[in-house]
Write a protein that binds this ligand. Structure first.
Ligand SMILES: Cc1cc2nc3c(=O)[nH]c(=O)nc-3n(C[C@H](O)[C@H](O)[C@H](O)COP(=O)(O)O)c2cc1C
Length: 303
């Protein structure tokens, strides 16, 4: 299925719509742009109009408010409170979070969704491949990362900035052993974000790697089913043991990453874009004595 991105492109390229037709660049990509018909083109002093509305106009937020006295002194406790509230509303998969990383010295930034799996006294824990993924490449050069949660049903956003630290082998293994066998095989099999060339078999290459891992550890079937599209998000609960199956150890290249926050912001949507925002920043720079949480300064930010 192809997604029609033209309305989005029209937004991105909105400034070009105010150009007179004669100065529009003869760029093949410009054919993709959904343009305002000539007769509707604004004069230079007018605001450009979009021909295709891309979203309902101006959504308003009014479900709740946020004030300083209601906040916990700890952003991790505050996050826990909001997370529980998101679970009970219910928000669809509140553990879904956008993780952004940046490579140095190029400065190029990349973002992707991952699942938050744990919140502990030090930070936010996710699990991934640290061998071949883009996030691994970025973090090897720059340990700073950010997270952004959007919980539409409660009109809340949480932003986190901090430095990354890999979880120890034992901690990663504890979580790995809770995954379904198919997801364990998938973790071994996938060389995450490596190109699968069509001329070499495309998806068949991945399925070949899955078979190799299944042969190595005995049993099988489940990971191949996941490779067919039932993968992410169905990983809780341990798989049933089958006669010939060996326990699958956690791969060296796979495990947990903790984002230890230096900044956490809580955003509650309000009417007329006059949202409530509170930012926690560490007052003692690092995590405090003996890995404890340390002290935090809380400031209200203008929306
Ligand atoms: C909702 C959702 C949850 C995901 N959760 C994870 C996850 O927990 N860990 C992971 O490695 N990839 C997860 N992915 C896949 C990543 O978005 C991404 O494709 C993968 O990590 C490779 O990214 P990278 O090469 O930029 O590091 C998830 C994708 C979606 C859409």
């Amino acid at each position: 299925m192809r997604l029609d991105l033209r309305p989005v492109l029209s937004l991105l390229h909105a400034p070009t719509m105010s150009r007179p037709a004669s100065t529009t660049p003869k760029d093949p990509a410009s054919k993709l742009i959904c343009k305002t018909p000539l007769s509707h083109q604004p004069l230079p002093h007018q605001k450009p109009q979009l021909t295709t509305p891309v979203a309902p106009p101006d959504p308003q937020y009014h479900l709740s408010t946020l004030s300083l006295p209601s906040l916990s002194p700890s952003p991790l406790t505050q996050f826990h409170t909001w997370y529980q509230s998101a679970l009970s509303h219910p928000v669809h998969q509140p553990e879904t979070v956008c993780l952004s990383t940046a490579h140095l010295p190029s400065g190029s930034v990349s973002s992707r969704y991952v699942y938050l799996k744990e919140l502990d006294a030090r930070g936010f824990v996710i699990y991934s491949n640290w061998g071949t993924s883009r996030k691994a490449y970025d973090i090897a050069s720059n340990v700073q990362a950010s997270l952004a949660f959007w919980w539409r049903e409660v009109e809340r956003q949480v932003r986190v900035e901090g430095r990354c630290e890999r979880l120890g082998r034992e901690e990663s293994e504890v979580y790995f052993l809770t995954r379904q066998r198919g997801s364990q095989v998938g973790a071994w099999a996938s060389r995450q974000s490596v190109v699968l060339r069509e001329e070499e078999g495309g998806r068949g290459v991945l399925e070949g790697w899955v078979r190799e891992v299944e042969e190595r550890f005995g049993g099988g079937g489940e990971a191949e089913a996941e490779a067919e599209g039932k993968g992410e998000g169905k990983e809780e609960g341990k798989g049933e043991g089958k006669g010939t199956e060996k326990e699958i150890p956690c791969p060296e290249f796979w495990g947990g990453l903790r984002i230890v926050p230096s900044m956490v912001e809580f955003w509650q949507g309000r009417d007329s874009r006059l949202h409530d925002r509170f930012r926690y920043t560490r007052v003692d720079g690092e995590e405090g004595v003996e890995g404890g949480e340390g002290k935090w300064k809380i400031e209200r930010l203008s929306p």
